[in-house]
Design a protein around this ligand. Structure first.
Ligand code: ADP
Ligand code: MG
Length: 884
């Protein structure tokens, strides 16, 4: 039992030295021996089972039934065609689903958790899957525990173990505990940490004692079976729409069949036609098309550093009207450099590159406190840890106060970690004969907990005047966009609790560090504003620093547009909601303010995206319509709570993602409207002909074939249409707006009706050429075949051409660029070639009951086919830009 073994025993057994960890070679050997640290997921579906899944559909049953009937009455060719259509449909479905699944899998692989592990004497971050037995793992707040660990070090470590125990209150951990009782329940094993649980506070280290399926969580296999497949709201809506349209289509088919019954037509032929029409008209492919377009879209987004974790986020992105962004690291580069420091009444500049600068007595104390109270490292130009702390360690280096020497001379014996509510961090370090607390953090908070000040080596009482002096210096630094941090200390004779550390301190001084804005952000802010999106800065930093940077970036114009957390607390929720529109910068806020801010913006109907990286950011990320986590600096918790992860932590990426989101939504809309127009065209052609006692212009197999050609390739090609470059010049889409708003529905109906009418017209021309018309009593089979071929080509051709017009609702195809979507051009060419093949290859032609057309007829059908495209393009000339 690992929890009843001492640390030494455990480490011996695991054969690892905790100070250096495993060697890379040893780790590699163990990885080969024991396998990857990965919980087994659900077994993957095979292609065959995917294929059979496609067949489990009401429509397919109907078609199969129809095939059986055709066989029964000896129409073998029709049966073969129907079966072929069924198989092709399923194959296309499998390909789509497979592609979509692969895309999602690849995304998931990008978000696999990483862990800090000590190997070859250095701490590095590796994929958690590569962790092996005996690895020394470093835990800090916000990280998931990557395997089962026997803790060997802990500093106020708390772990939330609800994944295992269901208990959501974090348990306190202590590496020095020992549990003799072999029946100690998991929740009480305070010297252990378990895979998939979450460190919420403090720090710790542990040696891996079990990985993968040997871990406690691995033993509870059922937990893994959670199904992540969920339909996005859009998919759900389309699914419903599809069902409604499906019922209408079935109704029409039944009606057609009944009318035909009264008209004493060939019942069997009409039965097949009705069924085929139902199959062609029911837009059963809608959710599948949306799935593949979304999957391809999120793959594209991952290439621009935005990893979408939840598919519905893509739709929501297009409606975002407020981007709330952290300042540090997202709007700025997070490359901090200390440029000024202040000890009482003495302000100094730091020379940029110079090493070996000299510091006065108080200044040395200032730097010593800052360096000792930092977890970051900086050696040979390589840094790890929080950039704010790196800047402090680098500062120490410049003044011959190297971190390594300080940390070994004044060993750390206790600490209270930084959190963004207190905005402070403290450590307790050994001095020669006693101990000293070193505290650093926001200067206002430092002053609140300080009683004395260090002036020329003397500890003297801190007067209000002196406080004002410190604050004035801090203000000046802030006005110049510097991030300000204060330091303080206190001596104690014995080790004290973390809670007792941050009171009655002696303030030493202040540093000011620059953190330059990211260059590209300025342009993105201009772009966001022109897209009707308001960028908002949220920061724990000082108000003046924040406003200075916000002004530089164009987020805010004056200090009046900013408010601090403390000021928010003074307002009632209603008052805050009422005023929220006036603010662009929220400074000195804590994570709970972020939730309030999101709510206040949402109360005005805004769709809000919010960034976050810390342990406490999860609530605001969940509350926001789009929670955005930082890929580099973000904690596992924030990533877990987010809808999207930025792999480059960059504000500009959010704006790009919104642009992509808008494009993807528009593309889905294009495919859907296109599919519906086409289906409607087919229904119109058949229904009208039946209604008016005309011969039907298309046979069942012909309908099925056309449906196969137009519902697949062109629809998907529209779904991957390149983005409209003006998409960010429009206002955000109202999330409640339906696909058919602004006349889009009417236009789909007009388009579909036109396609149907042209099909009938082509059919009529075919009959007329031989002197027959719709009213003719008996029409010879060859004439019908000829006329049907005309209708067959026009129906397919007009749909194929029409897809071009669908690419942009207001811009003409020439403006958009005829060849800017080569997939669509390809789909159209393939469509025409397939039509040509069917009517020119003799055995296919006879199977489909069509015939080759003369050059003149081709001219006529092409002309007919171009009409919907042409009319749509002409209509665009008369449409205003706003409509779409
Ligand atoms: P932001 O990320 O928005 O700049 P933070 O929450 O990181 O805000 O920081 C808020 C304030 O907390 C900073 O202005 C600084 O005074 C203080 N602070 C930040 N990082 C540390 C740290 N590592 N140790 C102590 N104090 C810190
Ligand atoms: Mg920060």
């Amino acid at each position: 039992m690992w929890f009843s073994k001492s640390q030494e025993e455990a480490l011996n057994e695991l054969n690892v030295n905790p100070a250096t960890g495993l060697t890379t070679t040893e780790a590699k050997a163990r990885l080969e021996k024991y396998g990857a640290n990965k919980l087994k997921g659900k077994p993957k579906k095979s292609l065959i089972s995917l294929f059979f899944e496609q067949l489990q559909d009401m429509l397919i049953y109907v078609l199969l039934g129809a095939a059986v009937i055709t066989v029964a009455i000896g129409e073998y060719v029709d049966a073969v065609i129907i079966l072929l259509v069924v198989v092709l449909n399923a194959v296309i479905g499998v390909v789509q689903e497979y592609k979509a699944e692969k895309a999602i899998e690849a995304l998931q692989a990008m978000t696999t958790p990483r862990s800090l592990v000590r190997r070859d004497g250095e701490v590095k971050e590796i994929n958690s899957e590569e962790i092996v037995l005996g690895d020394i793992i470093v835990l800090d707040a916000g990280r998931f525990v990557p395997a089962d660990l026997r803790l060997i070090e802990s500093a106020n470590l708390q772990i939330e173990e609800s994944a295992l125990t269901g208990e959501s209150v974090p348990s306190e951990k202590n590496a020095d505990d020992l549990h003799e009782d072999p029946k100690t329940p998991i929740g009480d094993k305070s010297n252990m940490a378990f895979m998939s649980t979450l460190a919420t506070y403090g720090r710790g280290e542990g040696a891996v004692i079990a990985t993968a399926m040997d871990t406690e969580i691995g033993k509870i296999a059922t937990i893994l079976d959670e199904d992540i497949e969920e339909m996005t709201p859009l998919q759900k809506r389309l699914d419903e729409l599809g069902k409604t349209l499906g019922f209408i289509a079935i109704g029409i088919c039944v009606l057609i069949f009944i009318i035909a019954l009264f008209q004493k037509r060939d019942l069997f032929e009409m039965f097949l036609t009705a069924i085929s029409l139902a199959v062609a008209a029911i837009p059963e492919g809608l959710p599948a098309i949306v799935a593949i377009v979304l999957a391809l879209g999120v793959t594209r987004m991952s290439k621009i550093n935005a990893i979408v974790k939840k598919l519905p986020a893509v739709e929501t992105l297009g409606s975002v009207s407020i981007i709330c962004s952290d300042k540090t690291g997202t709007l700025t580069q997070n490359k901090m450099t200390v440029v000024k420091f202040y000890t009482f009444d003495n302000l100094k500049d730091v020379q940029a590159e110079a090493m070996g600068q000299t510091a006065e007595q108080d200044e040395k104390e200032l730097m010593k406190s800052f360096v000792l109270c930092s977890d970051a490292t900086y050696e040979n130009g390589q840094s790890t840890g929080d950039p704010t702390e790196v800047a402090l360690v680098v500062l120490g280096d410049k003044y011959n106060l190297a971190r390594r020497t300080l940390h070994s001379e004044y060993k750390r014996v206790g600490e209270r970690p930084f959190d963004s509510d207190r905005k402070l961090m403290s450590t307790l370090n050994k001095e020669e004969n006693a101990y000293r607390v070193h505290t650093k953090g926001a200067i206002d908070n430092i002053l609140t907990i300080s009683k004395n000040a260090l002036v020329n080596g003397q500890v003297i009482p801190l007067t209000e005047e002196m406080k004002a002096n410190y604050l004035k210096i801090a203000e000046e630094m802030s006005d110049n966009a510097l991030r300000v941090l204060g330091a303080a200390f206190k001596d104690t004779v014995s080790i004290i609790d973390p809670e007792a550390m941050e009171k009655d301190l002696t303030v030493i001084g202040i540093v000011g560090m620059i953190d330059p804005p990211r260059l590209e952000v300025k342009d993105s802010i201009v772009e966001a504003k022109s897209a009707g999106i308001t960028p908002i800065m949220i920061t724990g930093d000082h108000k003046n620093t924040a406003v200075a940077i916000a002004k530089e970036l164009g987020i805010a114009a004056s200090i009046q547009q900013s408010i601090t957390g403390a000021e928010i607390d003074e307002l009632s929720d209603e008052e805050f909601s009422r005023r929220i529109k006036d603010y662009r910068v929220f400074a000195r806020v804590s994570p709970e303010h972020k939730v309030k801010i999101v709510q206040a913006f949402q109360s005005h109907g805004n769709i809000v995206s919010m960034t976050g990286d810390g342990v406490n950011d999860a609530p605001s990320l969940k509350k926001a319509d789009i929670g955005v986590a930082m890929g580099i600096t973000g904690t596992d918790v924030s990533k877990g709570a987010s809808d999207m992860i930025l792999t480059d932590d960059n504000f500009s990426t959010i704006v790009h993602a919104i642009e992509e989101g808008r494009n993807i939504y528009n593309n889905i809309k294009k495919s859907v409207i296109f599919l519906l127009s086409c289906n409607l065209g087919e229904v119109v052609a058949i229904f009208i002909s039946v209604l008016f006692f005309w011969p039907v212009p298309l046979l069942a197999t012909q309908l099925l074939w056309i449906n196969l050609i137009t519902d697949t390739l062109p629809a998907i090609a529209l779904g991957v249409d390149p983005g409209d470059k003006d998409v960010m010049k429009k206002k955000p889409r109202d999330p409640k707006e339906s696909f058919f708003a602004n006349g889009a529905g009417v236009r789909a109906i007009l388009g579909g009706t036109l396609i149907g009418a042209l099909t009938l017209a082509a059919f009529y021309f075919g009959l007329r050429e031989y002197g027959y018309s719709f009213g003719s009593k008996t029409i010879p089979e060859e004439v019908l075949t000829y006329a049907r071929t005309m209708a067959f080509v026009v129906l397919a051709g007009s749909q194929l051409f029409y897809s071009l017009a669908m690419r942009n609702p207001t811009k003409s195809i020439l403006q958009v660029g005829l060849f800017s979507n080569m997939y669509l051009i390809g789909a159209i060419v393939v469509g025409f070639i397939l039509q040509l093949v069917v009517i020119s290859v003799p055995f296919l032609a006879s199977a489909f009951k069509v015939q080759m057309l003369s050059a003149g007829d081709w001219g006529l059908v092409i002309l007919f086919s171009l009409i919907p495209l042409a009319l749509k393009e002409i209509a665009k000339l008369f449409m205003s830009e706003r409509e779409n």
